[in-house]
Design a protein around this ligand. Structure first.
Ligand code: ATP
Ligand code: MG
Length: 604
């Protein structure tokens, strides 16, 4: 392609709405253009990158015998009602775009395709002989994200590869899951990315495993905790660790003490001259279930620990059926305004004990009359501890479970693992932290969707059984931008060779010089014929402008038909290292072919 004939517009200044380097660079280099909130046009250079990423994804999927297909983006509401997700997706999280057609039927724009694929499996899979089966597609997804940002990283329309596998049993599911783990690792390695596979939260489905693939970058929205020995890595939402040991309590007798102005653990510990590990902290939450019921939740946890709200939400989802609900739509710390809706009298905030009376709740039809009381394992083990006295300005010291204070029945692990904690698999290892961009997520779904939607098969014994399912997603457009976030310098993008829009760019410093032009034209033609995807910068611009643009768009090799042509040579500059060398004109094609295949093929 000739730059003179391309829609090639680079910008000198960063776009005002871009916060992170990759977003700024992709806009400035003319890869993407913002059309609306979370909506971007993929311009020709970007589209080539996306096609390269898609091709790598496709090749790795096909190696595993998964089959490509294409499912409709418009999905009947009926399917989502069957799975029970219509309300959560349209109302609670509100992430799904929905619409009404001319026949007054409701439809959604697909944010994901579990429902559609399960309907297909229900119709078409009859027997164990058809299993296992794995279908995937590469397609635009729609999600009405609350906070679209960072360009392609969190768009409202983005490209995803999503695959769904069907199995007769868990063992077969686990095998495909393992194959996907390998396939995803290959995809990222081949795309030239530094990444980490981490244990991830699988929500309230529980039991079944899930792994996220994180591209390591400061701009990542996720936090990863890992150990240096490489044996443990998890999303902080899911991570576990050993808490520090608690210090033995100095309060050997039970007493109520006046502790004015000690609403926080810090002020309390200063006042009592004790360690936060001797305190049972009580944190109030409120949750709303999908049937509208509000439940007040009291979490008791050791004073030096924090609540992991993802783990808490999973525990509370397990309790949904007790309230005649299926799932949670909201979990929050109730502010003063929220408390007014249910508090019968003013709460002794900062001085609450695990046994605070239920009569603080003014129960109505929508509000459960009793607290759900949960105690984290770190608090269960404490002896002679400090906690609130249920009276403003007072705490108790030297308290013990079942002596002065009734221990909550629900013992759970909902503490947040933190950097510096000791690892569970080996206490000599401590957790370190890194930021990550989630580019892929693989998931063992089990029989969640097949059961609820009635997708069964007949096993060898002739019995009808629900299908086991797995699902596997890669954010193709997010991955492409993540590559830039990991690889740039002050002059622009440094695309990994495997996903660069072009391998090489031939730059003519002065298009008025006939010899420069003639050699450039010849190389341009021969390189493309040899499969080296090459741009020709034949614009009537100053050489400096052309070099700057080539750096900005990040093409791996720049070939300059400048002064060296007097010696039958051209200058070749590697974008990443900036190393420059002169190569004989007749050797350019073979040399570049060699370099490019080294950069791409070796990783396959
Ligand atoms: P996130 O936690 O970042 O919102 P998710 O858990 O909603 O992601 P999945 O539903 O598992 O993501 O989707 C599979 C993949 O699709 C993700 O790993 C990510 O790479 C990509 N993805 C998800 N949402 C977006 C988005 N709004 N824009 C771009 N890519 C996305
Ligand atoms: Mg999401």
């Amino acid at each position: 392609m000739r730059l003179s004939q391309m829609l090639f517009v680079t910008l000198r200044d960063d776009p005002a709405d871009a916060e992170i380097p990759s977003h700024k660079l992709l806009v400035r280099a003319g890869y993407i253009r913002r059309i609306g909130r979370g909506l971007y046009a993929y311009l020709p250079l970007m589209w080539r990158v996306l096609q390269k990423v898609s091709q790598i994804v496709r090749e790795e999927m096909n190696k595993t015998n998964a089959q490509e297909c294409l499912l409709p983006q418009l999905q009947p509401a009926e399917l989502w009602r069957e799975s029970g997700r219509w309300d959560t997706y349209t109302k609670a999280e509100g992430i799904m775009f929905s619409l009404i057609d001319r026949k007054d039927e409701q439809l959604a724009l697909g944010p994901t395709h579990e429902e559609v694929i399960t309907a297909i499996a229900r119709d078409m899979i009859r027997s164990y002989r058809q299993l296992p089966l794995h279908l995937y597609q590469i397609q635009t997804k729609f999600r009405d994200e609350i906070r679209p940002r960072f360009g392609l990283m969190r768009g409202r329309e983005f490209i995803m590869k999503d695959g769904y596998s069907f199995h007769a049993d868990e063992e077969s599911l686990k095998k495909t899951y393992q194959d996907m783990y390998t396939a995803y690792s290959n995809m990222l390695r081949r795309s030239g990315l530094a990444f980490r596979a981490v244990e991830a939260d699988s929500g309230a489905i529980g039991g079944s495993g899930s792994t996220e693939f994180m591209v390591l970058a400061e701009a990542g929205e996720d936090e990863v905790l890992y150990t240096e020995d490489g044996k443990y890595a998890a999303n902080v939402e899911k991570a576990v660790s050993l808490p520090a040991d608690a210090e033995p309590s100095q309060f050997t007798t039970f007493e109520k003490r006046e502790t004015p102005g000690t609403e926080t653990i810090e002020t309390l510990c200063q006042f009592l001259k004790c360690s936060p590990t001797q305190v049972v902290k009580n944190v109030l939450y409120q949750t709303v279930y999908d049937n509208g019921t509000t439940v007040l939740v009291l979490v008791s946890i050791r004073g030096d620990q924090e609540v992991n709200e993802v783990k808490l939400q999973n525990e509370l989802t397990k309790l949904a059926s007790q309230y005649g609900a299926k799932t949670i739509i909201n979990l929050s710390v109730p502010d003063a305004e929220a408390q007014q809706k249910w508090a019968a009298k003013s709460l002794p905030l900062g001085y609450i004990a695990p046994d605070i009376a239920d009569d603080y709740i003014q129960s109505t039809l929508d509000v459960s009359p009793k607290f759900v009381r949960l105690v984290d394992k770190t608090a269960v083990d404490l002896k002679n501890f400090v906690t609130g006295a249920n009276e403003s300005g007072y705490h108790v010291v030297g308290a013990n479970w079942s002596e002065q204070i009734k221990q909550p029945e629900l013992i759970v692990d909902i503490r947040k693992a933190r950097p510096g904690d000791r690892a569970q698999h080996n206490p000599e290892q401590t957790l370190a932290t890194a930021r990550g961009i989630e580019v892929g997520h693989i998931f063992q779904l089990g029989t969640k969707y097949s059961q609820i939607m009635g997708a069964n098969y007949t096993n060898e014994q002739g019995e009808e059984k629900p299908l086991y399912m797995g699902c596997y997603g890669v954010g193709v457009s997010r991955l492409a931008q993540a590559a830039v976030e990991q690889s740039y310098d002050k002059d622009g993008i440094i695309f990994p060779v495997a996903i660069a829009p072009y391998h090489a760019i031939v730059t003519i410093p002065n298009i008025k010089d006939a010899q420069q032009v003639q050699i450039a034209e010849k190389l341009y033609k021969e390189l493309n014929q040899a499969g080296v995807e090459t741009l020709l910068d034949d614009r009537d611009e100053r050489a400096g402008v052309k070099f700057k643009d080539a750096d900005l768009i990040g093409i791996p090799y720049r070939i300059v038909t400048g002064r060296a042509i007097a010696n039958n040579k051209v200058e070749v500059v590697e974008r990443q290292t900036r190393q420059s060398q002169e190569i004989a004109i007749e050797e350019v094609v073979t040399t570049l072919k060699q370099w490019i295949s080294e950069a791409i093929e070796v990783k396959k």
